[in-house]
Design a protein around this ligand. Structure first.
Ligand code: AMP
Ligand code: ZN
Length: 479
C-alpha cells in the first residue's frame, strides 16, 4: 500500500508522492524555548517522529531529510529571561536541554546526521538571522514587503492567493481584524518580518540589519530555515492545527513571494489539539501538564508516548488519568506477549519462510500507519499480535509473532525495552501504586476506614503520598 496523508491544502486524504524519492523532505515547526514542553507540545513532536520513522522505512534511512526548528528568539523568551533575571542565552540553552531530555524519554529520535537516525536537523533560529535578512531583502525587491519606522512588513494584498491554506478570504480577514492597527501598516493584515529592538532589550536578542537593530518576526524564521535545508519546494510541512493561521499561511506567502514560481510545501499535515476537559492545553490557560510532571511522578516515557498516539493524530485528544492508566495496561500486555517470544529466532524464521500467511502479513503490517498515520488501528493490530504470542501453543509461532510485534512497534517508537527491563523497572517506579489506590478507594466506599488508613500508611512507607480529590479520585506523588 502506498502512503496516504490528509493534506490540509486540498482538504483530502491523498496518495503521497515525493518530489524526489531519493530525498524526501519534511519540515515541522518546533518549540519556542522559554519553558518546559507540555503534553500538547509533545503530541506534535511525537506524531511527526512517527511520520519520520515511517518515511525512513519506506524510502530508506539516507533518503529522508527532516528539519524541526528551535525558536530561540521570541517575545516570550525575552519576557521570561527578564522575569527570571537570567540572560537570554542562559534561558534558551537550559530550556533546549530540557526539551532534548524530555523528548528522549518519550523515544523521539534525536537530531543527528548519523546513519542510524537518518538525516534529522534541528536548526536554531539565531543561527539563521542572515538567511532571514536575505529573504526579507528579496521580498522587498519583489514588491511583497516594505520598510516603515524600523519595521519591515509583508504586504498581504500583494499575494492574491493569501488565505488558501486556512480557507480565509482577504475581505473576511479585514472584517475580522479587531486588533489596533499600527500607523506604519499599510493594511491591517500586513504582518511583521522584522521589528526594531526595544531600548532595554538584551543585546543577545537583537541583530544588525539594513533596517537597524532588531529582531525577525516569528514567521520568517521557518521560511528561511526550511528553504536553507530543504529548498524552495519540498514535500511535507507539519505542525499543530493552531499554527495553520496565521503562521503557516504567512510562511507560504513569504516563501512563494520570495521565490516566484515555487509552491513551498506540497503536503500540509496538521495535528489536532491536546485538550483537558475539552479545552486546549496551553500555558496561557494554565491547564497544562508538562512531560516532566509525569516523569517525576514515575510515569514511564513510553506510557506517555503510547497515550499520545492512541488517538489518531488529526483528531482532538482529551487528556485524562484513565488514558494514562489504559496505556500502561496495554503496554504491559504487549510486553507480556513479547516476553514469550525469541525475536531473533522469529526474524530468521520470517526471512526464510514461504508460508503464505506470513508473507501476507509482511506486506500489510504497516497498512494502518500508511493510511494517514492511523495509530489506533496499528495499536489494535499490535494487541492482536501480542495475544497470538501468548496463546499460540508452538514456540516457533510465538517467535514469529513476537518478531512481527517488535517490527511494527519500532515504527511507533514503542517496545524499545526488553520485557525484563520493563517489568523490573516498572516495579521500582511504583507499579503497585495504582492497585493499592484502587483498593483504598474501595475500602473507603465500604466505610472500612481502618483498611483505607492501613493502605495509606503502606504507601507512605514506600515514599508515596496520596492526595484525595473532591471528585473521589486520588492523586499520588513521591515524597
Ligand atoms: P509553542 O511552543 O507554543 O510555539 O508550540 C510548539 C508546538 O506545539 C506547535 O507545533 C504547536 O502547534 C504545538 N502545540 C501547542 N499546544 C498544543 C496543544 N494543546 N495540542 C497540540 N499541539 C499543541
Ligand atoms: Zn513554523
Amino acid at each position: 500500500m502506498t502512503l496516504y496523508l490528509h493534506n490540509t491544502l486540498t482538504r483530502k486524504k491523498e496518495p503521497f508522492e515525493p518530489l524526489d524519492p531519493k530525498n524526501v523532505r519534511m519540515y515541522v515547526c518546533g518549540p519556542t524555548v522559554y519553558d518546559r514542553a507540555h503534553l500538547g507540545n509533545a503530541r506534535s513532536v511525537v506524531v511527526y517522529d512517527v511520520l519520520f520513522r515511517l518515511l525512513r522505512h519506506i524510502y530508506g534511512l539516507e533518503h529522508v531529510t527532516y528539519a524541526r526548528n528551535i525558536t530561540d528568539v521570541d517575545d516570550r523568551i525575552n519576557a521570561t529571561a527578564k522575569q527570571r533575571k537570567i540572560t537570554i542565552k542562559q534561558l534558551t540553552t537550559e530550556v533546549t536541554q530540557w526539551f532534548h531530555d524530555d523528548m528522549a524519554v518519550l523515544g523521539v529520535l534525536p537530531a543527528s546526521d548519523s546513519k542510524s537516525s537518518g538525516i534529522m536537523i534541528e536548526p536554531k533560529a539565531t543561527d539563521h538571522i542572515s538567511g532571514m535578512i536575505k529573504m526579507i531583502e528579496r521580498l522587498i525587491k519583489n514588491g511583497k514587503a516594505y520598510a516603515a519606522q524600523g519595521n519591515v512588513l509583508f504586504s498581504v494584498k500583494s499575494m492574491p492567493d493569501y488565505g488558501h491554506l486556512s480557507g480565509r478570504v482577504q475581505e473576511e480577514l479585514e472584517a475580522g481584524a479587531r486588533v489596533k492597527v499600527e500607523n506604519y501598516k499599510r493594511d491591517p493584515n500586513d504582518f511583521v518580518l522584522w521589528k526594531p529592538a526595544d531600548a532595554d532589550d538584551d543585546p543577545s536578542s537583537t541583530f544588525e540589519s539594513p533596517w537597524g537593530k532588531g529582531r525577525p518576526g516569528w514567521h520568517i524564521e521557518c521560511s528561511a530555515m526550511s528553504t536553507h535545508f530543504l529548498g524552495t519546494d519540498f514535500d511535507i510541512h507539519g505542525g499543530g492545527s493552531d499554527l495553520m493561521f496565521p503562521h503557516h499561511e504567512n510562511e507560504i506567502a513569504q516563501s512563494c513571494g520570495a521565490f516566484p514560481g515555487s509552491h513551498f510545501a506540497k503536503f500540509w499535515v496538521h495535528n489536532g489539539f491536546l485538550t483537558v476537559n475539552g479545552e486546549k492545553m496551553s500555558k496561557s490557560l494554565g491547564n497544562f501538564i508538562t512531560v516532566r510532571n509525569l516523569l517525576d511522578k514515575g510515569v514511564k516515557g513510553e506510557v506517555v508516548r503510547f497515550a499520545l498516539l492512541k488517538t489518531k493524530y488529526n483528531e482532538p485528544l482529551d487528556w485524562s488519568e484513565k488514558l494514562l492508566n489504559d496505556a500502561k495496561k496495554n503496554l504491559d500486555y504487549l510486553y507480556r506477549g513479547l516476553s514469550t517470544a525469541n525475536v531473533q529466532a522469529g526474524r530468521e524464521l520470517a526471512q526464510n519462510s514461504d508460508n503464505e500467511k506470513i508473507r501476507e502479513f509482511f506486506i500489510h503490517y504497516l497498512d494502518p500507519l500508511k493510511d494517514d498515520l492511523n495509530t489506533p488501528a496499528s495499536f489494535t493490530a499490535l494487541l492482536l499480535l501480542a495475544q497470538q504470542c501468548i496463546e499460540q501453543p508452538v514456540q516457533q509461532a510465538k517467535d514469529l509473532y513476537g518478531f512481527l510485534l517488535k517490527e511494527t512497534a519500532a515504527m511507533l517508537g514503542i517496545l524499545e525495552h526488553s520485557p525484563q527491563e520493563w517489568f523490573q523497572g516498572s516495579a521500582a517506579a511504583g507499579d503497585n501504586v495504582q492497585p493499592l489506590i484502587d483498593a483504598r478507594i474501595a475500602a473507603k466506599k465500604a466505610k472500612n476506614w481502618g483498611e483505607a488508613d492501613r493502605i495509606r500508611n503502606e504507601l507512605k512507607a514506600q515514599g508515596i503520598l496520596l492526595e484525595d480529590r473532591p471528585d473521589g479520585t486520588t492523586d499520588w506523588r513521591r515524597e
